[in-house]
Design a protein around this ligand. Structure first.
Ligand code: PGA
Length: 263
């Protein structure tokens, strides 16, 4: 990890917690996590229904909020949808292309690219999730899957804006909610992050590839977080299941702080 890049610890709460539960949880986190180093950013991604109330409660110097999903159009006749234009007062980050959106809701690379563009247009930092499926890995299609998801997700991102994007490598087979999930090993993750930087370098140049933040997500817990944060080129973690329990999330934050202090 180069010292210029921040460490991101992101909690993806998915479709868990009522607004009341989310508020209690945040209260607990803000009580327990006092000092956060300047080069570390903790981001919480609650359900959309909790964003407004948490945005009033949150200490923004310590934590930031992210949208888990949004519609790529700013306004219009899209019943049931929420746009990033509507969310931007509440969140600073926006997750785009999570594998559950890709495979359970059939989002295409084109739509994900439009979401990344919408986030940037509205002044938010997109967190673009990419990662191969188990079948793609078995068929030796990891590199092509990563490249095509990057190409689609970054389709509308100019050279000027690429520094605003965070990439999260989340192999689908490692995400804890998937049947037969198993954590990725450091070698796989290093290989994927190298592929990502190589691709970014080809499109946007070597300096940009060095500067972009790449996170890992998939079955991270308090016992494995430190190992993942030690992988060269990995700048943080996107955590699902383990972020739902305050003890384990706080332990991961403490581990990340320890890693920063070791630098
Ligand atoms: P997990 O989820 O940590 O429960 O595997 C990660 C994610 O889906 O982003």
């Amino acid at each position: 990890m180069t010292s210029a890049r921040k460490t991101y610890i992101i909690a993806n709460w998915k479709m868990n917690f009522t607004p009341g539960e989310a508020s209690l949880y945040l209260h607990r986190l803000q009580d327990r996590i006092d000092h956060i180093p300047r080069d570390m950013q903790i981001i919480l991604a609650p359900s959309v229904i909790s964003l407004q109330s948490l945005s009033l409660q949150i200490n923004r110097r310590q934590f930031k909020l992210a949208a888990q999903n949004f519609n790529q159009n700013d306004y219009g006749a899209y019943t049931g949808e929420v746009s990033v234009t509507q969310l931007r007062g509440f969140v600073d980050y926006a997750i785009c292309g999570h594998s559950e959106r890709r495979y359970k809701f059939h989002e295409t690379d084109k739509e994900i690219g439009e979401k990344v563009a919408a986030a940037i247009r509205n002044g938010l930092t997109p967190i673009l999730c990419i990662g191969e499926t188990a079948i793609e890995r078995r068929n030796h299609e990891t590199a092509s899957s990563i490249y095509s998801q990057l190409a689609g997700g970054l389709h509308y991102v100019s050279e000027e804006d690429i520094s605003k994007v965070i990439i999260a490598y989340e192999p689908v087979w490692a995400i804890s909610s998937n049947k037969g999930a198993r954590p990725a090993n450091p070698g796989d993750i290093k290989e994927a992050s190298d592929l990502i930087r190589k691709h970014i370098s080809k499109i946007y140049g070597k300096d940009t590839a060095e500067e972009i933040s790449i996170l890992y997500g998939g079955s991270v817990n308090k016992d494995t977080a430190g190992g993942y944060l030690s992988i060269p080129g990995i700048d943080g973690l996107l955590i699902g299941n383990a972020s739902l329990i305050a003890d384990s999330f706080c332990a991961i934050v403490e581990t990340a702080k320890g890693k920063i202090n070791e630098r």
